[in-house]
Each structure stands twice: as C-alpha cells, then as structure tokens.
Design a protein around this ligand. Structure first.
Ligand code: FCB
Length: 452
C-alpha cells in the first residue's frame, strides 16, 4: 500500500543546533550556552555561538529548502531569543526573526512546523530550578501563548516539546547534556510530571489562541523489534518497548512519557516503581495532561532486537550481530525500527503517527568535483522508508516523515563531529552544498514514495 495522499514529507532542525547569533539582538542565555562554554562538556569545546549561522543565512536556507523540493520544514523557536529572562519582557527583535523566517517559508509555499522547545531552556529559568520548579508548566504555557499570538496567524502546526526523555534524562539525570545535572528519581520523576503538565497546558493554550491548529508531541525511544515473526517474540518486543526500566535509566521508555498524554494515565508497571516520587496530588493533573493530539510524533533512529525468554519479565535483548552497519555516530543501522516502532505506537495510541525525526550522520566531505557524495545516507533512508511504508500497508496510520536534519549542525555533546544534514555546511565560511542524497530524497517526495 502506498503512503497517504496527504503524506507530509519534510526536514527538521532546531534553534540551538543551527542558529548561532547566540549573543545578538537581545537574545538571552540558554542552558546550552552555559553548558557548551564549560570546559570538557562538549567535544573539543565546540559551542553553538556561530553554528550553521542560520540566524544570518535563514533566507538562503529557505531558498535551499525550495530548491530541494521540501514542502514541510520543522524548526524550533529559541525561548531565550523571545523571552531573554524566560518570562516577562519580550525581545521584539527575536519575534521579528521568526516572523521573517515564517514569511520567507510561506512565500516559497513551505509549511512551517514550529517546535516550541528543543532543549534551549532560558538560563534564567534554570537558575530558578528549571523543570524541577512546579511553576515551569505555567512559564511554558505563557511562552506558548506568546508563540501562538505572535505566529499563529500564519503557523498552523505546533509541536510543544521535543524528546523529554533526553532533556530530562540526559540533561538532569546523567548530566551529559545541558544543564548538566546528575540527579536521582526524587528529582527527575517530578520533573517529568511537570513536562507532561506543560504539554497539556501549552496544547490547551495553542488550541484556544490558534483555532484549527494541529498539535503534536515528539518524544523518542528506540523501538523494540521482534527477533522472529513468532507471536511470542512479537509480544515480547511489544512488552519490552513499553516497559519502564527499574534503574536510574528509568526515563528511557515510551509509556511513562506518552501514556499520560495519550491515554490519561501512568502505566501500572511504571507506577509500581515511581509513584512514590511523583509530586503530591499528581492525580488531579491527569485530565489536563490528557489532551487530544492531532499527531503522535516520534523521533526514531535505531532499534533493539528482542526475543521471548524464560525469565521474570519474559524477554531478553538479542546481542547485535558482529559487523552490523553503523552510522558515523556509531549508531547501528536497523531499518525495521521504522516498521515496528510506528506499528506498536499506532496500536497503543490510535493517533496518526508522524516521524518527527529520522536520519543519520555520515563522514561527509566536499569532493574535488564540488559535490558531496553520501550513498550511505541514501541507503539508510531508503531502507527505513521501505519499512515505514510497510507499516502503513499493515494498517498503521502514518501521517508523515521529517528527515533529520536539513543542515549539518551542532550535534549537542558531540559538537560538529557528526554531520546529519541533507546540506553540507563549511563551518569556516558558512558555505552550503546540497548533498547528493538530497536530490534522491527530492524524487522520493515528488513521487510520494513510489520511487522507493
Ligand atoms: C535527536 C535530537 C536532535 C538531533 C538528533 C540526531 O535526539 O532531537 O536534536 O540531535 O537526535
């Protein structure tokens, strides 16, 4: 079965990863500015100060999107560019930047998909406790209202939050991302509750202020793929995918972050482990957290193979085969993740699935002929998309796919060592070169996946 006729084909970026202009035009500090400037936190001390310089080159980047035939562009707004202190006084120059970007997109017929939070929390709010502060949902709601009022006359599609598993788990649990906190469940579980509450409040605000808009969610989690097609292995993979881990890595799961939003309740197995860490009175927040969403977004890059096992939980992970293909970031290439992930997610949440990110880093280089040849990217995307199409054929409602990323950019703690873009960026000159895979992707989009 082919993809839906109205299938959304696009590419994605995020503010701190591409914009640069970190200290310009009144932008406030974000936790990522503070973190990347701390010695030893990011590969070779890289920062997002200049990055892909999108702040100055946004017009050229919109033009690239148009040339590459990309009709949907997912980008994020930098909260501290709009509200340098996180709340209160609005930085008009920040609003103007996104107005110019949105207008340029619309002029080229490109649909803007606005993410409100892709990890660059205003440092001023972190100083007040950040996600640990019970006022965070309210601060986020106010920020969402500002975005709705500033851009909602032209932007119709909103994604309040990107990958809470990462910005809480890696940001405040293991501390490998900003703000670099190392905290246990006593802190991270309440933070997670504030996150889903912020999602509920912002969704309500967006719907009230932008009638008819679409709202989605963009969590992540590596899908579990059954080792064989046996019923036992499929059931084992499903169980593993929605399982909440017992340890300090409890945040690597789907259900704790998504069941409250999509089903209005925390998963029972997770509650057994984590209920005692939830803020007092959490039950009364559940109706607010449970807002109907138009899309259940998911960022998917790789999966784990699971088989049924004769142990207490009933499953085991199968070790990866020797020599498995890997991306430049050393992430295993597991195309079936884009079959089993969407299939299990649709089965559980019964909401159109939007792949809000998928892609890979390669060792891309500018060739002597002026081109960037990246056959590994084409091979990866081709294989993953075939699986996504198969999931659609098997009954999962798949609404769209965004390639991560439009541009090479600042890959968080890995700095500029990983190149995920469809467009190569020379960080010394800022010069852009469209990679060969982008022309291949253009044909895929133009044929709505028929060319795969
Ligand atoms: C995801 C992030 C995105 C990017 C990709 C490679 O976890 O959402 O910003 O870093 O991974």
């Amino acid at each position: 079965m082919p993809f839906r006729e109205d299938f959304i084909w696009g590419a994605a970026t995020s503010s701190y990863q591409i914009e640069g202009g970190a200290f310009e035009d009144g932008r406030g500090l974000s936790v990522w500015d503070a973190f990347s400037h701390q010695p030893g936190k990011v590969f070779e001390g890289h920062t997002g100060d200049v990055s892909s310089d999108h702040y100055h080159r946004y017009f050229e980047d919109v033009d690239l999107l148009a040339r590459m035939g990309i009709n949907n562009y997912r980008f994020s707004v930098s909260w501290p560019r709009l509200l340098p202190e996180g709340t209160g006084t609005v930085n008009r120059k920040g609003v103007d930047f996104y107005n110019r970007l949105v207008d340029a997109l619309l002029e080229k017929g490109i649909r803007p998909w606005m993410t409100l939070y892709h990890w660059d929390l205003p440092y001023a709010l972190q100083a007040r406790g950040g996600w640990e502060n019970p006022d965070m949902p309210q601060w986020f709601e106010d920020y969402a209202k500002l975005c709705a009022l500033s851009f909602g006359d032209r932007v119709r599609d909103f994604i309040p939050l990107n990958e809470p598993q990462c910005f809480i788990g890696m940001g405040c649990g293991s501390g490998v991302h900003a703000p670099g906190l190392v905290m246990g469940k006593h802190a991270t579980v309440p933070m997670a509750h504030h996150v889903v509450k912020a999602n509920g409040l912002s969704t309500q605000a967006l719907r009230a202020l932008v009638p008819g808009c679409s709202v989605g969610y963009a969590p992540n989690m590596n899908p579990c793929m059954p080792a064989t097609k046996s019923e036992a292995d499929i059931a084992a993979a499903r169980a593993a995918y929605f399982h909440v881990p017992e340890g300090d890595d409890w945040h690597w799961n789907v259900s704790w972050w998504s069941d409250p939003v999509m089903l209005g309740e925390y998963p029972a197995q997770g509650l057994e482990l984590l209920e005692r860490f939830l803020p007092r009175g959490w039950e009364k927040d559940m109706p607010l957290i449970h807002q109907k969403l138009d899309y259940y977004g998911q960022n998917i890059y790789q999966g784990h193979v699971i088989r049924a096992a004769d142990n207490a939980r009933g499953w085991d992970e199968v070790p990866r085969p020797f020599g498995i293909a890997k991306t430049a970031s050393q992430w295993p290439v597991t195309p079936e993740a884009l079959y089993w992930g969407p299939r299990f997610l649709y089965e559980r949440y019964q909401t159109p699935i939007l792949i809000t990110e998928n892609g890979l880093s390669c060792h891309d280089a500018l060739s002597l002929n002026g081109k960037v040849h990246d056959p590994n990217r084409e091979n990866y995307v081709h294989r993953y998309l075939l699986n996504l199409r198969r999931a659609a054929g098997d009954g999962a409602d798949i609404a769209g796919y965004f390639y991560w990323s439009l541009l090479d950019n600042f890959e968080w703690a890995e700095g500029y060592s990983d190149r995920f873009g469809l467009v190569f960026v020379d960080y010394t000159t800022g010069e852009r070169t469209i990679k060969e895979s982008a022309w291949w992707y253009k044909k895929v989009m133009e044929s709505n996946g028929e060319s795969l």
